[in-house]
Design a protein around this ligand. Structure first.
Ligand SMILES: [Ca+2]
Length: 195
């Protein structure tokens, strides 16, 4: 009987520990290091300062930004996973076209491809324990940045148990976002079928 009680207590403790994993929302981080070509980064709203909305779906959490742009995050080795729903904010005109890219320690781990007004796409990165640096980029889709209102909606970091630090944004750097595959190195869109 005693061993059963002990087992019950052990399971309770394990369960409590599992549910106690600490979450840090991207919108809790300082955004003054975010680079973008239009407007200012916004916590919990779009770059146009409206509630975050992608494909008719509203989000309470997230960061609204604009192409071309990037934010660099020090993961401090304490992040276990990163999740987000990404897409063009509903406030943008029909000219909007952009792409989201996530790089961890120099390796591209997510690339949305070009998105227009459509349902959000899910980013779900697991097993990030020990990773040092994450780069979140928004690229202009190869046709310039007109109306490229981009949301990192519901973006959050889940920390490893007993984390002793938290992820934080890095100061702005002078390194511009890398051009998309369909852009020339100077960032201009490649002209197709023209002399
Ligand atoms: Ca574009």
């Amino acid at each position: 009987m005693r061993s059963v009680r002990f087992l019950g207590l052990a399971i309770l403790l394990l369960t409590t520990r599992t549910f106690a994993a600490e979450v840090v929302w991207l919108d809790e981080l300082k955004l003054d290091g975010v680079q973008q070509e239009w407007g200012e980064p916004q916590a919990r709203q779009s770059v146009g300062e409206h509630p975050l909305r992608i494909g008719g779906r509203a989000f309470e959490h997230g960061v609204g930004t604009h192409a071309n742009g990037a934010m660099s995050i020090d993961l401090a080795g304490v992040v276990d996973s990163f999740e987000a729903m990404v897409g063009v904010d509903d406030e943008a005109s029909n000219k909007a076209s952009l792409a989201f890219r996530v790089t961890v320690d120099g390796k591209v781990v997510f690339d949305s491809g070009v998105m227009r007004h459509e349902a959000p796409r899910q980013v779900a990165l697991k097993s990030l324990r020990g990773a040092k640096r994450m780069q979140l980029e928004v690229l202009d889709g190869g046709d310039g940045n007109d109306s490229d209102h981009a949301d990192w909606a519901d973006a959050k970091f889940t920390l490893v148990p007993d984390a002793t630090a938290k992820p934080k944004t890095q100061p702005k750097t002078t390194t511009p976002a890398k051009p998309a595959a369909n852009q020339q190195p100077d960032g201009r869109a490649r002209k197709i079928n023209q002399p």
